[in-house]
Design a binder for this molecule. Structure first.
Ligand code: 13P
Length: 234
């Protein structure tokens, strides 16, 4: 089965770049691809060719929360996926494990497929605590939840935007560990890897056992680069 590729554009690209992005991707033969832009571009990017994914959502459906967007609202415009608990949300915007759990619940209740992001900090890895940290994040977020379909992005914080990646054995072992932790929550789980994925390492990473795809940040911002990466793993 082909690998799932997700482009996390983060807070990048302007409107004209997004129009160009869409044009290039729609003309291509890409499949199993999800695009995750800033909220303002979600509607612009809606397409029959690929689903769109939001980067965040508020756990309440409606209310006086200036500047926020709820999962209910995202669903109403056709958003099919949402990132939950990305490390930039946890670390820069102080999202707690409680916030992550509430968001995950609301996301599921509104019929959006969650892409739950987990990963250890450099210090945890140095102290060989990566499995403890990640299982804690998973157990806290998922608790006794039963989910039809779940995507988990394993993104070591120290690998994001740094050009560093874990050694292959560690990626394999973390992915199989994550699958074992969530096996009672869902039968349909994909575990994808994120953190400095690019044209040089995508083929090797995607060929590893238990790696169902990748969540790509910086290298996904250029649509031609994105297609190059897709062609390397298809
Ligand atoms: P980079 O690919 O830029 O390291 O970002 C990874 C990431 O955070 C994807 O969500």
């Amino acid at each position: 089965m082909s690998k799932l590729l997700i482009a996390n554009l983060k807070m990048n690209l302007e409107y004209n770049d997004i129009l160009e992005y869409k044009k290039i991707i729609e003309k291509s033969d890409i499949t199993n691809f999800i695009i995750c832009p800033s909220n303002i571009y979600l509607t612009t990017l809606l397409s029959k060719k690929y689903p769109v994914c939001a980067q965040n959502g508020h756990y309440l459906d409606f209310g006086a929360f200036t500047g926020e967007v709820s999962f209910k609202q995202l669903k109403s415009i056709g958003v099919e996926y949402c990132l939950i608990g990305h490390s930039e949300r946890r670390n820069i915007f102080d999202e707690s494990d409680d916030d992550v759990r509430r968001k995950l619940n609301s996301c599921i209740e509104n019929g959006i497929i969650p892409i739950l992001c987990v990963g250890e900090h450099k210090k945890d890895r140095e102290n060989e605590l990566e499995k403890e940290v990640v299982s804690e994040q998973l157990r806290y977020a998922l608790d006794n939840l039963k989910v039809d379909k779940l995507i988990i992005a394993y993104e070591p914080v120290w690998a994001i935007g740094t050009g560093l990646t874990p050694i292959e054995e560690d990626i394999i072992s973390m992915h199989s560990y994550i699958k074992s932790v969530v096996k009672d929550n869902t039968k349909d789980v994909k575990v994808i890897y994120g953190g400095s994925v690019n044209e040089t390492n995508i083929k090797d990473i995607c060929s590893l056992d238990n790696v169902d795809g990748v969540l790509i940040g910086g290298a996904s911002n250029n649509p031609n680069n994105m297609l190059k990466m897709y062609n390397l793993v298809k």
